[in-house]
Design a protein around this ligand. Structure first.
Ligand SMILES: [Zn+2]
Length: 398
């Protein structure tokens, strides 16, 4: 990233505007070692022989993957953005499901800002920015505490899902590989930090089997009986968090480069995954289906509200962006470096909203080239030239 691009991001996302989340890089290894150690001997022995290694990096796919490296050892790679997404999603859910005080309302007073924050996060996930960003939003200490427990079990489930791929033989020599150059970038943009990966071409059936076996591993390795519900719920939360991402992609498919999203799209739709998972849970515990279905329906409503919040946020930003252009059209361009405060705030809230307005203004018959370089078009071009290169390219493709 060039120095200019870095300072551009610092201005759009000033210090303190992003949600502070605990760094999971150091906890992952402990987590997988703990899971393997708590499994029944049959499963544990084979996994111990492979000494699974987990790392957190930037893979630009907002997912997790695993591979058998020479040695052999089993490597599980977690995208850092996936962890941020899971944490933010479960924290937002806590502000909706849990009241702040005993007599408090549900959703709680923190929910409106939380769902707006999730909307912003989804918007940025579809931008060429390489960092997964979540704006700051508050939650009560009890909501935070509950969210942290469920986040642990959601992340734990992803680890178990990856271990399950191995146990089920999905890493076998017959499973086709996707060469690393086809590993998806962030909607068609591959960043310079992309790690070299050869990922397995996993079928939908394999994914469902890995969910089912993964859930079994999750429950078989629980620290104690009191965590049974958290283990099951964590898996459902994870499926919904990742489903939110892919369904948003569908909404935005008009400009997203879906061909670059190969791996996430091989995953079955959320509904199929949740239904299959609930059936697997029912085989382990009586009444698990019923309980998980209540959670699933609650989360489906929550997802819907996040999508609505994201759309409202985008329209709101578009309207403000038009007003902003009215205000700056024809004003002299100050030579002081940096982005205008108003523009920075609009970009932070919804980069897609800002980009769509800039794009619309460039091609509109009222302001477009046919009318010559009117003051409004000059303003649009001035803004466009201050964008990082990735964003300029994105704008051209919208
Ligand atoms: Zn998988």
């Amino acid at each position: 990233m060039s120095a200019d691009t870095a300072s551009w991001f610092n201005e759009v996302w000033p210090k303190g505007s992003e949600q502070p989340f605990p760094d999971w890089s150091f906890r992952m290894q402990q987590l997988v070692t703990g899971i393997v150690a708590s499994l029944p001997p049959d499963e544990a022995q084979e996994l111990q022989r492979l000494s699974p290694v987990v790392s957190v990096g930037h893979t630009f796919s907002t997912g997790a993957t695993s591979r058998l490296a020479s040695g052999p050892s089993l490597q599980i790679v977690f995208d850092a953005g996936l962890i941020i997404l899971i944490q933010a999603y479960i924290r937002a859910a806590a502000t909706r499901f849990l009241p702040v005080t005993h007599e408090g309302s549900r959703p709680s007073e923190f929910w409106p800002l939380a769902k707006r924050g999730m909307g912003t996060m989804l918007d940025w996930l579809f931008s060429p920015d390489e960092t997964t960003r979540c704006p700051r939003f508050d939650a009560s200490p009890e909501q935070v505490r509950r969210a942290e427990i469920l986040t642990l079990f959601a992340i734990r489930f992803v680890v178990c899902h990856e271990l399950a791929h191995f146990i089920l033989g999905h890493h076998g020599p017959d499973t086709p590989r996707v060469p690393s150059d086809r590993f998806p970038g962030n909607i068609g943009f591959t960043g310079p930090n992309t790690i070299d990966l050869e990922v397995l071409e996993i079928t939908r059936e394999m994914e469902l089997d890995a969910d089912s076996k993964g859930l079994w591993l999750q429950q078989a390795s629980l620290p104690d009986e009191s965590q049974v519900v958290n283990g099951l719920a964590g898996a459902v939360y994870f499926l919904h968090a990742s489903g939110l991402l892919s369904s948003r992609l569908m909404f935005r498919s008009s400009f997203a480069d879906i061909s670059a999203w190969r791996t996430p799209l091989t995953h079955p739709p959320t509904l199929a995954r949740v239904a299959f998972l609930m059936a697997s849970a029912q085989e382990m515990y009586q009444d698990a289906f019923k309980g998980l279905n209540i959670l699933h329906e609650g989360l489906a409503e929550l997802d819907q509200e996040i999508h609505e919040a994201a759309s409202i946020l985008q329209s709101d930003v578009k309207e403000k962006m038009h007003k902003y252009l009215d205000d700056i059209a024809g004003t002299p361009w100050s030579n002081t470096s940096g982005i205008d405060q108003t523009l920075a705030e609009l970009l932070r809230a919804s980069p897609i909203g800002v980009m769509e307005v800039l794009r619309g203004e460039t091609t509109s018959p009222k302001t477009g080239p046919a009318f010559g370089e009117g003051p409004r078009l000059v303003a649009v071009k001035r803004i466009r030239d201050t964008l990082p290169l990735g964003f300029q390219r994105w704008l051209n493709r919208l």
